[in-house]
Ligand binder design. Sequence first.
Ligand code: GLY
Ligand code: MN
Length: 369
Amino acid sequence: MKARVEKLFRLADPKPDAIVLANAVDPHLDGAFFWLFDVPSGLFEGSFAVAHSDGELDVWSSVLEADTARAAAKRDPHVRIHEFRAPSDLDEELRKQLTGTTTIGLHYAEITHATFERITKALPGASWTDVSAPVRKARVTKDAIEIERLEKAAEIGSKVAKEIPGMLENGMVELSLATEMNYRMMHHGASGPSFSTIVGFGPNSAEPHYFAGDRKLRSGDSIVCDFGAYYERYASDITRSFHFGKRDEELKAVHDKVEEAQHAALALIRPGVAAKELHLAAQRVIDASPWKGRFTHGLGHSIGLRVHDGWGMNDRSEDLLEEGMVITVEPGIYLPGHGGVRIEDDVLVTKTGYRFLTTAPRGYREVAA
Ligand code: GLY
Ligand code: MN
């Protein structure tokens, strides 16, 4: 997309003459390739692109997704599609395209070491510059198309979050709930989950990055469901916590405290505010409670083509919020061996504050066993 290619070149310092983005094999696909070449589906393993400072983009696609690539290029007059037959074509194609080009940008953050070595060997006369910092900066503020897709991905997550209470059954295992959630996301229009769906019952809900397993749901359990949808390559990330059956007064109080911490952070959101101030605001609320020290991770992260896309928000974050950023705000309290609560929303930073992209209810919810 011309505007995105130009944005990247504007931010690059030093300015390369061209930028090469090269995919290896899934999951080693470069997010910047899909940011510059706006193509809604297709794997594009082994594909590569050359971005030019005038906004034009040359893309090499394999036959496996050539029709999709050509359809995308029809919508974008600044993209030229070429077909490659085998991954070994990359060296020759780049030599044809770039011999004589002095300075070439590469996305060190996402290119594999093997591809880096091949490309630099194929063009021995060039000098190389890392464009990771400008790519990150360019991608963290979203344009209107990106916001629309992120909103749609978030809407799918919210729909499923609202349906979770109706899916809970005494004795079901975490994997059954995760399977049903993944099914519902696709049923509501997702191309798939944006990461491995986290469902933790009881003590498992106290581990933030637990994967769903075979723990059975029992009365008295807290439940953490952290999941997200991909919609036209853009991700959502939402966490809702529930309580099943017999009331646990401590877990109820924990839920209220996590909500309060989330409010404290959200209240600060506007352009120019340091991301770490949001984290510290949530941490202060939790550390002033009986659960001091039980908020054990960063408050959130920027989200886009990947669920963790750009930067993370913690007490050391250097980033300032800007209009057009989309971030998660996800405080949690974890009581090992007992249970946990996390509440996570995706929000768009606006000119004067923020707008929720995820909208499912956040309050304490007890589901009868
Ligand atoms: N949704 C998982 C995480 O943000 O770490
Ligand atoms: Mn998250």
